[in-house]
Design a binder for this molecule. Structure first.
Ligand code: NI
Length: 156
């Protein structure tokens, strides 16, 4: 396993629309491991592959309930709305208030190739939306109602 460098805003890879994973091979499995290690080392709760320079539709998340590995995730349902504080490992010095759906359903493929469904609200719902935005070249600062210099550690 290897801890990877996290790209910061200004790097063009963060602005690309990432490509779908068509085959889950050894490289993808290694990438999932490296992404998880990188996320945990950075004290983040989510990391998208473009953040480590790989323009593929892969996300890892751990909001405290264990590691989730999402390959080709798609949000299939959104309900309600909620405004909350967000940060991002790729925008390290800032935080902002972002409006998100309160409840989401997210389909994804797991490392075994099985299509799975998450139905969630709370921090995991926010995190799914934030990380999937990364796959479309979108950063939270694009959507934030207000942005400020970081005062304390918040959602990464
Ligand atoms: Ni982020």
């Amino acid at each position: 396993m290897a801890k990877l460098k996290i790209l910061t805003a200004g790097n063009p890879v963060l602005r690309q629309v990432a490509t779908e994973v068509t085959k889950i091979d050894k490289k993808i499995i290694k990438l999932l491991k490296d992404m998880a290690e990188t996320m945990y080392a950075a004290d983040g709760v989510g990391l998208a592959a473009p953040q480590i320079g790989v323009s593929k539709r892969i996300v890892v998340i751990d909001v405290g309930d264990g590691l989730l590995e999402l390959i080709n995730p798609v949000i299939t349902k959104r309900e309600g709305s909620v405004v909350g504080g967000e940060g991002c490992l790729s925008v390290p010095d800032y935080e902002g208030e972002v409006e998100r759906a309160e409840y989401v359903e997210c389909e994804f493929t797991d490392r075994k190739g099985q299509r799975m469904l998450i139905q969630t609200d709370g921090l995991l719902a926010i995190c799914c939306q934030h990380e999937i935005d990364h796959l479309d070249g979108i950063l939270f600062i694009d959507k934030a109602k207000s942005i400020s210099m970081k005062q304390k550690e918040r959602f990464e």
